[in-house]
Design a protein around this ligand. Structure first.
Ligand SMILES: [Zn+2]
Ligand SMILES: [Zn+2]
Length: 411
C-alpha cells in the first residue's frame, strides 16, 4: 500500500522535533495569555465558502470537499481561522473573560505537491477576538516574533500593509480592476482569471510580467478610508514602541478574503521562494459574516513543516536505558518499572530473545546511554549489571544500590 500523494508520515525518529516545536509554541503562546482550542478537522463546506471566500484559490480549487453518507457537503479544513470563529460563535465564547486562543493541528489543501508543500500540513495559529485597539496588532506580531526566536529562527523580516475594509475596499477594487483590464494582455493565465473576482491577488503574483504591471497599479493606501488609515498608522506606532522593525510592503495581500486593515508576514531568506514563516492580520468582519456579533478579530498562522525545516536540533536519544532482558521477563519488567518510577527516564525493555552481543548492537543503534543487563543469575542474586555506553564500563550492583545510584545520576 502506498501513502496518498502529498501526504507524509512523521516517523518516530523525527517526533522529538515535533514535540520540541509544539512545546516551545505552547509555552510561548500560553505565557502571553493564550488558551488552546481544538476544533474538528471536518466542517460544513459552507463555513469555508462563507468564511474564507468563494473567490479565493483555496475555495475554488484546493479544498477536500465531499458528500458524507447523509449527502451533506463537508470539507476538510483548509485553514484554522474559520473553524475557530465558528466555535467562538457556537459556544458563546464572547461571554468568556479571556478571548485569546491558539490551535495546533493539520490542515488540508489539494495543491500540486512540491518541495515544502504537502496536502496535509500542520499549522500553529492564534486568534484574538473583541479587541479593536491597534496595540493588540502590535502585540500579536511581537508574540509571533518571540515564538519564532525561541524556535531558533533569526534573520527575520517583518512586512506589513494596510489592506482596507469592507467600506473602502470595493472602491479600490474597482480602480484596480480598471487598471488591470487596461493591461490584461500582459497578465499570466492565473491573473486573467483572478481579474474579475479577485484582482487583489494579482498584486502578489510571482510572474515577472504581472509584477511589472502591478508596479504601477493603484495602491490601497490612496483609497483607504479614514478609519483604516488611522488604525494602520497607530499600529505602526505601537510596533515602533515595541522596538519591532518592519517594512511596509504595499503589494502584500493575503490569499484569504476576510482580512481587513492590518496584515503582516514574517519572512526568512533561508528558504528561497518559500520564505514566509508566519502570516496573519486583522479580520474585523468575519465573526459577523459567520453569524456572530459585530466582533473584531486578529490572528496569524505558521506552517509547522516549514518551522521544523528551519529549527536546529541536537541528535536526540531515543531512550536513556535499554534493558537487555536475556531470560527473565518478569524480573526485567519489575526492574524497568522501578527505574522509571525513580528516574522518570525512558526505559526500553527488550523481549526478542537474542544474544547479549546483538542486544548491545541494538542499544547502540537506539543511542541509549545505559544498558541494564538482566539474566537468570541477576534474577537469582537480586542484582543487575549496568553498562555505561559512553565510557564502556560495566559493573554489577545490588538492586537497591543500583536504584539509589540512578536516582542520584539525574539530579
Ligand atoms: Zn476602510
Ligand atoms: Zn500573474
Amino acid at each position: 500500500m502506498e501513502i496518498l500523494r502529498g501526504f507524509k508520515d512523521v516517523l518516530p525518529k523525527d517526533i522529538e522535533k515535533w514535540h520540541k516545536l509544539e512545546r516551545i509554541a505552547r509555552d510561548t503562546l500560553e505565557s502571553f495569555g493564550f488558551k488552546e482550542i481544538r476544533t474538528p478537522v471536518l466542517e460544513k463546506t459552507s463555513l469555508f465558502a462563507r468564511g474564507v471566500g468563494e473567490d479565493t484559490d483555496i475555495v475554488e480549487k484546493e479544498m477536500y470537499t465531499f458528500l458524507d453518507k447523509s449527502e451533506e457537503s463537508v470539507t476538510l479544513r483548509p485553514e484554522g481561522t474559520a473553524g475557530v470563529v465558528r466555535a467562538f460563535i457556537d459556544n458563546h465564547m464572547e461571554n468568556l473573560p479571556y478571548k485569546k486562543y491558539y490551535y495546533i493541528g493539520p490542515m488540508f489543501r489539494y495543491e500540486r505537491p512540491q518541495k515544502g508543500r504537502l496536502r496535509q500540513f500542520n499549522q500553529i495559529g492564534v486568534e484574538v477576538f473583541g479587541i479593536s485597539n491597534p496595540s493588540v496588532d502590535a502585540e500579536v506580531v511581537y508574540m509571533d516574533k518571540v515564538m519564532l526566536g525561541k524556535l531558533g529562527l533569526n534573520n527575520l523580516r517583518i512586512e506589513i500593509n494596510n489592506i482596507g475594509c469592507s467600506r473602502c475596499r470595493p472602491g479600490y477594487m474597482k480602480k484596480l480592476k480598471e487598471y488591470f483590464y487596461e493591461h490584461k494582455d500582459g497578465l499570466c493565465e492565473d491573473c486573467k482569471r483572478r481579474l474579475e473576482k479577485n484582482p487583489l491577488r494579482i498584486l502578489d503574483c510571482k510572474n515577472k510580467n504581472c509584477r511589472l504591471i502591478a508596479k504601477n497599479a493603484p495602491l490601497i493606501t490612496q483609497f483607504a478610508c479614514a478609519e483604516c488609515k488611522e488604525h494602520y498608522e497607530k499600529a505602526k506606532v505601537k510596533l515602533k514602541n515595541l522596538n519591532i522593525e518592519f517594512i511596509e510592503n504595499p503589494y502584500l495581500v493575503r490569499g484569504l478574503d476576510y482580512y481587513t486593515k492590518f496584515v503582516f508576514e514574517i519572512i526568512t531568506d533561508e528558504l528561497g521562494a518559500q520564505g514566509t514563516v508566519s502570516a496573519g492580520g486583522r479580520y474585523d468582519g468575519l465573526v459577523k459574516q459567520l453569524g456572530g456579533g459585530d466582533i473584531p478579530g486578529i490572528g496569524f498562522a505558521s506552517g509547522c513543516e516549514r518551522l521544523i525545516e528551519l529549527m536546529e536540533f541536537e541528535e536526540d536519544k531515543l531512550f536513556e536505558y535499554y534493558v537487555a532482558n536475556l531470560e527473565s521477563d518478569d524480573y526485567a519488567v519489575e526492574i524497568a518499572a522501578k527505574l522509571i518510577e525513580v528516574t522518570q527516564k525512558r526505559v526500553y525493555v527488550e523481549y526478542e530473545k537474542k544474544s547479549l552481543k546483538s542486544m548491545m548492537k541494538k542499544a547502540d543503534k537506539m543511542n541509549a546511554s545505559f544498558v541494564v543487563i538482566i539474566g537468570e543469575n541477576e534474577k537469582n542474586s537480586n542484582t543487575v549489571v549496568l553498562k555505561d555506553m559512553k565510557n564502556s564500563t560495566q559493573n554489577e550492583y545490588k538492586l537497591k544500590t543500583f536504584l539509589d545510584n540512578e536516582v542520584k545520576r539525574w539530579v
